[in-house]
Design a protein around this ligand. Structure first.
Ligand SMILES: [Ca+2]
Ligand SMILES: [Ca+2]
Ligand SMILES: [Ca+2]
Length: 140
């Protein structure tokens, strides 16, 4: 473990494997609406739709940078992070907005939002069975 850790530090890599599994558990927590331990495509789509609607504060069908970061900040603040962590995550949110807005018109459209959502779903679904659960945990 010590060797692995220092190798990662040397290469400047984060602990990829454990980060991925933490990610997966957070994903399941957030999207498993019926609490059966797995996220189906239907659950995911329903929660994504809800989240898009909740984020689109002025209901014009697009998410501006402000709407996107306001929603995220509100969600983060519930977890009471320290100021430094909050700031770091808000910076990541900025970066994510830019990545999501693929046609660079300053708004995330429903299609852009859905595209990034399904990319995330597919990335987590390592067993390719159309659901995401602990079974998709690749690092044991
Ligand atoms: Ca479920
Ligand atoms: Ca809007
Ligand atoms: Ca756009």
């Amino acid at each position: 473990m010590k060797v692995l850790l220092s190798t990662c530090v040397l290469l400047g890599l984060p602990m990829l494997a454990s980060a991925a599994s933490h990610d997966l558990m957070t994903f399941v927590e957030e999207y498993d609406l019926n609490h059966d331990g797995a996220v189906s495509k239907e659950e995911f789509e329903q929660e994504r739709d809800r989240r898009f609607a909740a984020t689109d504060a002025d209901h014009d069908g697009g998410l501006t940078r402000e709407e996107y970061s306001n929603e995220y900040r509100a969600r983060l603040t519930q977890k009471k992070p320290d100021a430094e962590k909050l700031e770091r995550q808000m910076k990541q949110t900025e970066v994510r907005f830019t990545a999501l807005d693929s046609n660079k018109d300053g708004k995330i459209s429903p299609a852009e939002f859905a595209y990034s959502g399904w990319a995330m779903f597919t990335r987590h679904d390592s067993t390719k069975d159309g659901t995401v659960s602990v079974k998709d945990k690749v690092d044991g």
